[in-house]
Design a protein around this ligand. Structure first.
Ligand SMILES: [Fe+2]
Length: 97
C-alpha cells in the first residue's frame, strides 16, 4: 500500500517490460515519447504524449523502452510485475524536452 501523494519522474524499465495493475485507489499515468535518446550519462529528452487514469481492476503493459510517469494523489495499491530482476540494472533518466 502506498500512502500520500507522489509524483514520479518519467522513466522506463531498461531492458524489461513492466505491467502495472491497479488494485485500490487511482493512479494518473502519463506516457512520454523519447525525442532525444540517453547518451553516456546524459539524460534523454522526452515529450508528454497523454495522461490517463488507472482505476481498480485495470492493468497496463509498458514494453521495453516505454517511458511513463505515475502520479497518485492519495493512498493506492498498485502491483508492478517486471520481466526480469531489476536490482542490478542501471536505469536511464529522462527530462522533459
Ligand atoms: Fe514504471
Amino acid at each position: 500500500m502506498y500512502q500520500g501523494p507522489k509524483d514520479s519522474a518519467p522513466h522506463d524499465h531498461g531492458p524489461s517490460w513492466a505491467i502495472y495493475g491497479q488494485a485500490k485507489g487511482e493512479t494518473q499515468m502519463t506516457d512520454w515519447q523519447q525525442v532525444e535518446p540517453t547518451r553516456d550519462n546524459a539524460s534523454g529528452k522526452v515529450r508528454q504524449v497523454r495522461t490517463y487514469t488507472l482505476t481498480p481492476g485495470m492493468a497496463h503493459l509498458y514494453n521495453e523502452g516505454d517511458v511513463h510517469a505515475p502520479r497518485r494523489s492519495g493512498p493506492t495499491r498498485l502491483i508492478r510485475i517486471e520481466g526480469r530482476n531489476m536490482e542490478k540494472v542501471q536505469r536511464s533518466t529522462y527530462q522533459p524536452a
